[in-house]
Ligand binder design. Structure first.
Ligand SMILES: NC(=O)c1ccc[n+]([C@@H]2O[C@H](COP(=O)([O-])OP(=O)(O)OC[C@H]3O[C@@H](n4cnc5c(N)ncnc54)[C@H](OP(=O)(O)O)[C@@H]3O)[C@@H](O)[C@H]2O)c1
Length: 322
């Protein structure tokens, strides 16, 4: 479990403890990719060189995905070997693996990756916008202008460039099950000082993800956003360098997010479109609440302006001046 409720947690988000009775900090039997049949699926994971993206690639391999493209700026040769080993460990056929030298902020690099995927796989079924950066901590007035904007370049413009380039390939993919998953963050909900670029960019990425759904749901693409849990990866300085106040909080494993995404995208779940999910929530419990979530239009980014019946216009009080 994430830290017991009440643990001082400056990044506690809405619904962390309230949406499902059970919450997780590591993978669990119900989402074990060994139970999935991802054969025939083609997936692209951006930012797969380490951390959460790497775990996602291994989860898709264990789930039997046929074609796995992974993009990052670093060397991916070890990952390629690890993907083959992960598939083998579950008795799967060896997937086709496409390591891509990809900088998501460079439109030419993104275009080259799209061309390579088209040439090698001919289509894409699942895009995971996972690559992201945190930026430097600091008050807005003290921040370096370029460094602040660079966060948006990766987290927003990068996700936009990749999604834009991959949409034609997704439209050639499995028409019954096309996904764009964007890895946002609990930070989208937070107003903690000294991390403004990251918090705004992750909120923007969630809204971007909603708009992809609005524009492409009719073409069979389901786009949703996730918080992967609080994972002690390099983005936060690694496990060894966690500051004291982060130690009880950054306790999720990358496998939790990896297995959760493979599980969620293994079949059509169009109702997830436009929503934000925290992957520490128990997914079977969450899926059972589909009708309630849809009926109440939950987990979407919107301004809830409704006042109670004793307030404002509902009480006959005019707010106009005319
Ligand atoms: N860890 C957490 O607790 C946490 C919580 C909420 C959300 N997230 C989100 O989860 C995602 C993965 O983060 P992580 O925790 O796994 O961090 P990480 O270990 O630092 O991994 C970040 C990945 O993004 C890639 N990347 C960064 N800039 C890139 C660029 N311009 N082009 C291509 N790839 C780029 C990196 O690859 P190269 O450097 O090799 O290019 C790396 O593979 C991020 O979007 C992050 O915001 C993480």
């Amino acid at each position: 479990m994430p830290p017991p409720r009440g643990t001082p947690n400056i990044i506690e988000g809405p619904g962390d403890y309230d949406v499902t009775r059970t919450i997780h900090n590591d993978t669990y039997p119900a989402i074990n990719p060994a139970q999935l049949d991802l054969s025939g699926k083609t997936v692209l994971i951006t930012g797969g060189s380490r951390g959460i993206g790497r775990a996602m690639a291994l989860s898709f391999a264990k789930g039997g995905a046929s074609s796995i493209a992974v993009g990052a700026r670093s060397d991916l040769s070890q990952l390629e070997t690890d993907i083959y080993a992960a598939a083998k460990s579950e008795g799967r056929a060896q997937p086709r693996v496409l390591p891509l030298k990809l900088d998501i902020t460079d439109e030419a690099s993104v275009a080259a990756s799209a061309a390579k995927i088209e040439e090698t796989f001919g289509k894409l079924d699942i895009l995971i916008n996972n690559a992201g950066v945190l930026g430097e901590y600091g008050l807005i007035g003290d921040s370096d202008t370029k460094g602040w904007w660079d966060v948006f370049d990766v987290n927003i413009r990068g996700a936009y460039l990749v999604t834009k380039a991959m949409i034609p390939l997704l439209l050639k993919g499995d028409s019954s099950c096309r996904y764009v998953v964007s890895v946002t963050s609990v930070a989208a909900h937070l107003y903690n000082p000294t991390l403004s670029a990251y918090e705004i960019s992750k909120l923007g990425l969630w809204k971007f993800s909603q708009l992809v759904n609005v524009e492409y749901a009719s073409k069979g693409i389901t786009s949703f956003a996730v918080h992967p849990g609080n994972v002690p990866t390099e983005i936060i300085g690694g496990k060894e360098n966690l500051p004291e106040h982060h130690r009880p909080i950054f306790i999720e494993t990358p496998e939790l997010a990896g297995d959760s995404i493979a599980f969620l995208t293994s079949q059509k779940r169009a109702w997830l479109g436009g929503r934000y999910l925290n992957l520490t929530w128990d997914l079977p419990e969450l899926l059972k609440r589909e009708h309630e979530i849809v009926a109440q239009d939950k987990f979407r980014n919107k301004f809830d302006f409704a006042l109670g019946t004793t307030n404002g216009l509902n009480n006959g009080i005019s707010t106009g001046t005319a």
